[in-house]
Design a protein around this ligand. Structure first.
Ligand SMILES: C[S@@+](CC[C@H](N)C(=O)[O-])C[C@H]1O[C@@H](n2cnc3c(N)ncnc32)[C@H](O)[C@@H]1O
Length: 378
């Protein structure tokens, strides 16, 4: 079956329309390409397909630099020139802000996108390990099978070295007893600190903008340290008073740089334990933001909010408004939920002032972005 790709989806697949009128998402296809496809999944409203032959290739197509690329499920945009990946992600973010949040982008400051090295950037990863076959890797695309690797060009050198020197197997043996398995594989989380790796709850030091953080492989921490430094600089540059709240605060990544007595709220106890070390000047609470916010009558001028991919629980925009926030700095790793949440903030009186994209995850469709909002009524 032959199709022409007319758009790229949020997940990085090419989108085309089948003769039946149904939408098909084609893995690894680029805009304007004419491809032959094989459908591997169908629902009533859409189909998913893989390319069997490229009849007309895009000028933006490049040969992937990783030998495992077409098999491994780890990344999905290596076939697109890097500068075009950045443009694609910007377009996707802006498209969601227009379509879902109904924003008029001509009235918003769109700041230049931040990028850094597109290889050897990632210092956090989760390997799958087969003890029976003595293999380390990632799951294959659309599969529960292991794609064995001996290195990954997106990972920092210290993690690649641990594949070769047996440290990942050692960690897998320890993790065997921690319920950390998926199917036949043991999952091994790895976090690279300044000079040591963490494979579980063991703490390592990582320095961001000269501030030492204590982090383990089992908690959330941004996986691109060079861009994290720029993200922190940007967020801090928007803080112009002492009355600040840091919601979804993790191990204190932002709180550490925010004014004394910043109120930090995070649901994971392990994160909060580390946050108390990393950001001792913050006032830290364990709890789900939506429940904590209902019980507490705080008053603040600025709220930094950095939720997981699912975005904000539906009551949270109103809670933030109730806290009196004049300014919101919304850090997001999912432009779809970001746009959905902004729509709610706009309904209750906030205006979007600035948007800045950070390409934290080169060669994948994932993107980080920050939206600055202020309350026009406060
Ligand atoms: C994207 S991370 C951001 C963490 C931190 N701001 C950072 O940059 O390292 C999201 C954090 O929200 C936490 N979280 C998820 N759901 C939550 C909720 N309902 N209430 C509070 N924290 C939550 C997760 O445990 C995670 O640490």
């Amino acid at each position: 079956m032959q199709v022409t790709i007319n758009k790229i989806a949020q997940g990085g697949e090419g989108i085309a329309t089948l003769e039946s009128g149904r939408t098909v998402f084609v893995d690894g296809a680029l805009v304007n390409e004419v491809v032959e496809i094989e459908i591997y999944r169908e629902t009533k409203s859409y189909a998913k397909a893989k390319i069997t032959n490229i009849l007309k290739a895009s000028q933006d197509r490049v040969e992937p630099f990783c030998p495992h690329y077409f098999e491994c499920g780890g990344c999905n945009l290596q076939h697109l020139k890097y500068e075009k990946q950045v443009k694609l992600k910007e377009d996707l973010v802006f498209d969601h802000l227009k379509r879902i949040a109904k924003l008029d982008l001509s009235k918003i400051d769109i700041l230049p996108t931040e990028t850094d090295s597109d290889t050897s950037y990632r210092n956090r990863v989760r390997f799958h390990v087969s003890m029976a076959d003595k293999k380390i890797g990632f799951l294959k695309k659309q599969s529960d099978e292991l794609c064995e690797i001996d290195s990954c060009p997106l990972l920092v050198d210290s993690i690649n070295e641990a594949i070769g020197n047996g440290d990942i197997f050692k960690a897998a043996r320890l993790n065997m007893f921690n319920n950390n398995s998926r199917g036949n594989y043991i999952q091994v989380p790895v976090f690279a600190g300044d000079d040591k790796l963490s494979f579980s709850n063991d703490r390592v030091k990582i320095t961001v903008n000269e501030h030492p953080f204590s982090v383990s492989a089992n908690v959330f921490f941004q996986s691109n340290p060079k861009l994290l430094s720029k993200l922190v600089d940007y967020v801090v540059s928007k803080i112009d008073c002492d009355s600040v709240m840091d919601l979804y605060s993790g191990v204190g990544t932002f709180s550490a740089f925010l004014p004394k007595n910043t109120i930090a709220v995070e649901k994971q106890k392990d994160c909060l334990t580390l946050s108390k070390i990393n950001a001792p000047n913050a006032i830290s609470y364990t709890g789900e933001v939506e429940k904590w916010g209902k019980k507490n009558k705080e008053s603040v001028d600025i709220v930094v909010v950095d939720p997981p991919r699912t975005g904000l629980y539906e009551s949270v925009p109103k809670l933030i408004n109730k806290f009196g926030a004049k300014k919101i700095i919304y850090v997001s790793c999912n432009p779809v939920t970001l746009a959905r949440d902004i729509k709610e903030f706009v309904k209750i009186g906030y205006e979007v002032k600035e948007v800045k994209v950070f390409d934290f995850y080169p060669h994948t469709h994932h993107v980080e972005c920050v939206v600055l909002m202020s309350n026009v009524q406060k």
